[in-house]
Design a protein around this ligand. Structure first.
Ligand code: MSP
Length: 652
């Protein structure tokens, strides 16, 4: 049997700090999506993360707290794994730089570099940034001695040190970058690094003597190894290099991609490749520098007090919603803004409205028309072929985007299918087919919708961790979408007729940002009988100001269902911009509930709430009606908008 292809992805190892924030979660969730995608494609994946526990910064924090650095890191790192598990991060190994497998290997690496003449002893005099654990030359810092990366004060350091002969590798590095233009991604970061190296490289100070929280230099233990040399080595020490058993290293190295934040690209694309060159080891295939997640108040930091805790968000909105937001909102590589409002918008529009409604409507109609059982499809007619084509394109485009590490583009491609399928429901109007008794066509439409659900479940596996399984189970499928594998999304028609579907609760409840305010509304008002409008006469004419008192807004129907024991009343849930409301409307004889979902209607929003058959109505929709002839029902037609416009828009 042919051996599986391997894929090795890493994230940075994190400094122990009191809380991992949403910015850290961003790197980790992106790497996780990549790892899951490759596993789904059948690769043998190694996904590594860990903690970077040595250095002057950690030693100082521990001293401030009056505990040993080891006690400090032990306590904090225990919490890391809890955060990653909560976010369903599927790492295969977690390396701590204080573990013996790492410290021994780093000492051996240092020894080898010393033996080959790549490391020599001298004296360092220059500037050091403790928060970044980074050395700077006089001309790199500002006049008032500020770190160019984190903009905090640097300190003057003068001590005996070992140095790594970086200057030896500059030309070889430049040639490598020229021959491998994809090594540093995105391209803008590569250009920055090339000009940095072209300015001239000084040898790098790789040991310190003024503190002791680090790995001792094996042949000169009053020195500890520079924390970045120690940290970068984790990508190979975790694979057992160098040790008696290097089988894992031979199997997975070189890494396919190191994912890192943009501020540490320099370490990963200059120091790290040069270390590997000196060790005579192959270089990783790619280093990808992603952007930062920024808050309105600037970059997240403890000192600013603006740290967003991923655990709190997961608790409030669920893990899939948080993962989806991080992966979809920001093009991977660019900086992007985080706000809870933006997160709620994504949940409500993409997850609750688009995806959740599609599955909910499909399963509701399957239950109503086929007793939940997937029917045998009949002949294909338009727009079936278009839906199939969009499904094929979603797979191809998502796959291509993932290969380029454009995770948000992959999700865009998948959502093209979600949106096309919702449009397909409106175009084919299954309720009309049912009314007309066109069972063969109804069967085809319902089969196609369920098949789209199956394909979506497979496509969503890398990004969302529980939703794909829920869709799968509700479609009555055996096994799981991850077991099925990515390639099963490429074939249309794998869903077997006869599968017993069942509708569960909506996959994503809508979040109401104004919930608190809504709760205090008066709940006890009863409906008043509506009078027939009078003809316009001089006496009943109104002024523009009087008309302006009536607030009309565009609303999108999210949920529609019949009110039990009434053949006329429907209960609707509508979105009016960010607001979420319940309405009761007497249109049940003219409209099927399924037909209304997704429609943009016009609602009077400042009407006194009323109760109809015990159900509260917070507003009134507008509909045209024509008085009925004897024995007939009134003809009712809803007022909708004829161009795309967001819900919440005012109507004048
Ligand atoms: N310990 C080093 C990495 C050593 S790797 C050999 C380190 N640790 S860190 O904890 O400060 O940062 C870890 C990662 O989190 C970095 O890639 C960093 O860019 C990322 N992020 C920290 N804050 C972030 C945001 N606000 N947004 C996006 N990523 C951010 O650096």
């Amino acid at each position: 049997m042919a051996e599986k292809k391997t894929f090795y992805v890493t994230t940075p190892i994190y400094y122990p700090s009191d809380n991992l924030h949403i910015g850290h979660a961003y790197t980790e969730v992106a790497a996780d999506a990549l790892a899951r995608f490759k596993r789904h494609q059948g690769y043998d994946v190694m996904f590594l993360t860990g903690s970077d526990e040595h250095g002057q910064k950690i030693q100082r924090i521990a001293e401030e707290r009056g505990i040993t650095p080891k006690d400090y890191v032990d306590k904090i790192v225990a919490n890391f794994t809890n955060v990653w598990e909560t976010l369903h991060i599927s790492y295969d190994d977690f390396i701590r730089t204080t573990e013996e497998r790492h410290t021994k290997a780093v000492q051996e690496i240092f020894q080898r570099l010393y033996d080959s003449g790549d490391i020599y002893k001298s004296e360092y005099e220059g500037w050091y940034c403790v928060p970044c654990e980074s050395f700077w030359t006089e001309h790199q810092i500002t006049q008032d001695h500020i770190c160019p990366d984190c903009e905090r004060p640097v300190e003057l350091v003068k001590e005996e040190s070992y140095f790594f002969r970086m200057s030896r590798y500059a030309d070889r590095w430049l040639k490598y970058i020229e021959d491998n233009p994809d090594f540093i991604q995105p391209t803008s970061r590569r250009n920055e690094m090339v000009s940095f190296v072209k300015q001239g490289l000084e040898d790098l100070c790789v040991s310190r003597t003024t503190f002791d929280w680090g790995i001792p230099v094996p042949f000169d233990p009053k020195h500890v190894i520079y924390v970045w040399i120690d940290a970068l080595a984790n990508y190979i020490t975790a694979l057992g290099y160098p040790s008696e058993d290097e089988s894992k290293f031979r199997h997975y190295w070189p890494a396919d991609v190191h994912l890192v934040g943009k501020e540490i690209v320099r370490f990963h694309t200059i120091i790290w490749p040069m270390m590997l060159m000196a060790l005579d080891l192959p270089l990783p295939k790619k280093v990808f520098g992603h952007g930062w997640l920024i808050l309105e108040s600037g970059k997240m930091s403890k000192s600013k007090g603006n740290v967003v805790d991923p655990l709190v968000l997961v608790d409030k909105y669920g893990v899939d919603a948080v993962r989806y937001f991080l992966l979809r909102e920001i093009p991977f590589g660019a900086d992007g803004h985080y706000s809870e409002d933006a997160l709620i918008k994504r949940i409500n529009s993409d997850l609750a409205n688009d995806l959740g409604n599609l599955i909910y409507r499909t399963l509701t109609m399957m239950r109503k028309y086929f007793d939940g059982e997937v029917p045998v499809p009949g002949p294909e007619v338009a727009p079936d072929n278009e839906l199939k084509q969009v499904a094929q394109e979603a797979v191809t485009n998502a796959e291509a985007a993932m290969e380029r590490l454009e995770i948000s583009t992959a999700l865009d491609a998948i959502w093209d299918l979600v949106k096309r399928a919702n449009k397909y429901i409106d175009e084919t109007a299954p309720w009309t087919l049912a009314k007309n008794g066109d069972n063969e066509r109804l069967a085809t439409v319902m089969y196609n919708l369920a098949e789209t659900g199956r394909i979506l479940a497979v496509l969503l596996v890398p990004y969302l961790t529980s939703t794909p399984g829920l869709i799968w189970e509700q479609l009555g499928l055996d096994g799981s979408p991850s077991d099925a594998g990515w390639d099963t999304a490429k074939t249309w028609g794998l869903l077997t007729p006869g599968a017993k579907t069942h509708r569960g609760a909506p996959l994503f409840p809508r979040i109401d940002p104004d919930k608190e305010e809504q709760a205090v509304k008066d709940q006890k008002l009863e409906a008043k009988p509506v009078k027939e409008p009078e003809k316009a006469t001089e006496e009943n004419i109104i002024t523009i100001d009087e008309f302006a008192k009536v607030q009309l807004k565009v609303a999108e129907v999210l949920v529609a269902e019949r009110i039990p024991k009434s053949n006329k009343l429907l209960r609707l849930e509508v979105a009016i911009g960010e607001e979420h409301r319940q309405l009761v409307a007497g249109i049940g004889k003219s409209y099927e509930p399924e037909e209304l979902i997704g429609k943009k209607i016009v609602v009077v929003v400042n009407l006194k709430p009323a109760k109809l058959m015990g159900v509260e109505s917070n507003g009134m929709l507008l509909a045209a009606s024509f008085p009925a002839a004897k024995g007939e029902d009134r003809a009712i037609s809803l007022l909708t908008v004829d161009r795309p416009i967001d819900s919440g828009a005012s109507v004048r």
